[in-house]
Design a protein around this ligand. Structure first.
Ligand code: NAI
Length: 260
């Protein structure tokens, strides 16, 4: 059976982490050649090793998505390796505990914590989108129109969540960027969508689960956390031709959280 992403070239940021790694593996399983980018070089390299062991093709990229120059290098290296960019998953992100804001309400956040959160989870997505869209437009001008971008939103992009102020603001912003770019580039065949995970088992949620795990489970209709692979399946579909009429959308993969 042909893969859903046969012949495509894909970039995944945060590819060393839980959701990014599962998605890189799923993309490779579906036939894509994958550029795995992460701040943590070792983690990205481990994902690449896993893809290779599974018979797929991948390369390691290292960089910080908040730095324009790093983002440009990631794109350049992807094009050197694969010749083009068809799919991009802008997924690198951090949680409040990673900016020293664990358990803090809005008025308790420091300016430094707020700025870093917005830099990684919002500006980083925009910097990546900008570089990816420019590349996809250039390919279009050369006769190979189109592309698919998926951004990692969150249920925190749709509702408020206590003690997650700047995280929530950034994720709402990601959905705004997603919808706007979808409108702007629809005619160019570039589809831009978001996936909104609920609580997924990764390093990111360890802190929240420790502090209020029971409450989170009780609030999740399916009564369990999600697996990173369950997000990956949505991303693969959104990147594939099967989602050819889908753009500007944000899909919840949350065990029913947003339906309550
Ligand atoms: P994770 O911590 O396992 O992975 C995040 C990855 O992003 C890490 O490998 C990290 O090194 C990388 N990263 C962080 N800052 C970076 C930067 N400045 N430049 C490049 N890479 C950077 O966490 P997870 O859960 O896989 O998170 C992935 C995305 O999913 C994030 O955007 C997160 O906000 C989002 N998300 C996660 C949920 C969950 O329950 N785990 C729920 C909703 C959204």
């Amino acid at each position: 059976m042909p893969g859903m992403l046969d012949g495509k070239s894909a970039l995944v940021t945060g590819g060393g982490g839980g959701i990014g790694r599962a998605t890189a593996l799923a993309m490779a399983r579906e036939g894509a050649r994958v550029a795995v980018a992460d701040f943590m070089a070792d983690a990205a390299a481990e994902t690449v090793a896993m893809v290779n062991r599974a018979g797929g093709q991948a390369i390691t990229l290292t960089g910080d998505v908040t730095r324009q120059r790093d983002v440009k290098t990631m794109l350049d290296d992807t094009i050197v390796a694969y010749g083009r960019l068809d799919c991009a998953f802008n997924n690198a992100g951090i949680a409040p505990y990673q900016v020293d804001a664990s358990g803090k309400k809005t008025a308790e956040w420091s300016e430094e914590s707020f700025d870093r959160m917005i830099a990684v989870n919002l500006k980083g997505v925009w910097l990546c989108m900008r570089a990816e869209i420019r590349q996809m437009l250039a390919q279009g001008a050369a006769g190979q129109k189109g592309g698919a971008i998926v951004n990692t939103g969150s249920i925190a992009g749709l509702i408020g969540l206590v003690t997650s102020s700047a995280y929530v603001a950034a994720k709402h912003g990601v959905l705004g960027l997603t919808k706007t770019a979808a409108l702007e580039y629809a005619e160019d065949g570039i589809r831009v969508n978001a996936v909104c995970p609920g609580f997924i088992k990764t390093r990111m949620t360890e802190d929240a689960i420790r502090r209020r795990g029971e409450r989170i489970m009780a609030q999740t209709p399916m009564g369990r956390m999600g697996e990173p692979e369950e997000i990956a399946e949505m991303v693969v579909w959104l990147c594939s031709e099967r989602a050819s009429y889908v753009t500007g959308a944000a899909y919840n993969v949350d065990g029913g959280w947003m339906a309550v």
